[in-house]
Design a protein around this ligand. Sequence first.
Ligand SMILES: Cc1ncc(COP(=O)(O)O)c(C=O)c1O
Length: 387
Amino acid sequence: MTKDQFETTLIHGAFDVDGGTGALTAPIYQTTTYQQRELGVVQQFDYSRSGNPTRLILENQIALLEEGNFGYAFASGMAAITAVFFLFSSGDEILVPSDLYGGSLRLLDNYFQNFGITWCIADTTDPSALEKSFSAKTKAVLLETPTNPTLRVSDIAEVSRLSHEHGALVIADNTFLSPYLQRPLTLGADIVLHSATKYIGGHNDVLAGLVALRSPELADRILMIQRSSGGVLGPFDSYLLLRGLKTLAVRMDRETESATAIARWLEGHAGVDRVFYPGLESDSGYAIQAKQATGAGGLLSFELNESYSMSAFFSAMRVITLAESLGSVESMACHPATMSHASLSPEMRAKMGISDRLVRLAIGLEGLSSLKEDLEGAFSAAKTSRN
Ligand SMILES: Cc1ncc(COP(=O)(O)O)c(C=O)c1O
């Protein structure tokens, strides 16, 4: 799908104009149940855990946008991931990247492992290392590309080719780029999932998860898991995602443009030791990122030089908010070592390349000069407070 077609699908895709009323926005069917017109006759909707018309529009829309055939909406990204993990059985193993989202790792380690589904860390950024990680038990590779917070890039097509050779499914968590910038199903992945709480919702006002895929066989299984486990997205939250999606392209274009400008500026800054952003030519993931995505997105990280105070840096920001999430219109900063990755041991963080000096920025829609001024103010305050 071209950029132009994608942008038009965002506005007119799974819902255009309501046939009955002429309304341009999707109706919110705030109902749990539906009248059964005749005893014993199956109808499309009977109970909202199994199906809801507003949720269905969203599910059809994510399927279109990811170039899949089927979509499913869940109450959070974690509910979506849980549903996907329910595809596996005792004795199966899932390969994961070392810097997998901590919530996904906790779910595997604390819960699915108890049911005999094991996980193993593999270097998905290096196909020859990945190749050695497959065993007869491997049933899936869970990919995040780029990863958070060190923005490491994996070659989705190459990982898919290798995984399929070993009979394993590829599950791509596409949260950080959204289907506007990257469509893993078109590169060979089997299942795409999203914390739609981030770029898809885009406004920090809805917690949601989405799954998209192409295989009818997998779709039947996910549908039954969704109905059985019940972590579905409500009608109003489905509507909020449909609304957020309409501006996805313009938001991501602007956030990518600002993040690229900030990453370039930080690269030459005296207060910065290292910048992580796959949109920079100097980044090790640049070539693969450019091959498989149409932009590097709004997320970047950098290491603050030791001569700058970390706490003063965060306290001085006025426009950028100290907060855990990402992908919204508001720019947010986070200190992974004490926030998103605090539950990991210092050794594990070091292995993942997350130093105590790492700062992650999720760039929003404020003016670029305001953002740079805010960061410059933070650098000045952090430098002064050390002297
Ligand atoms: C990559 C990724 N996947 C999944 C999740 C979980 O999503 P949610 O918070 O919507 O449950 C997150 C949350 O930060 C995430 O960053």
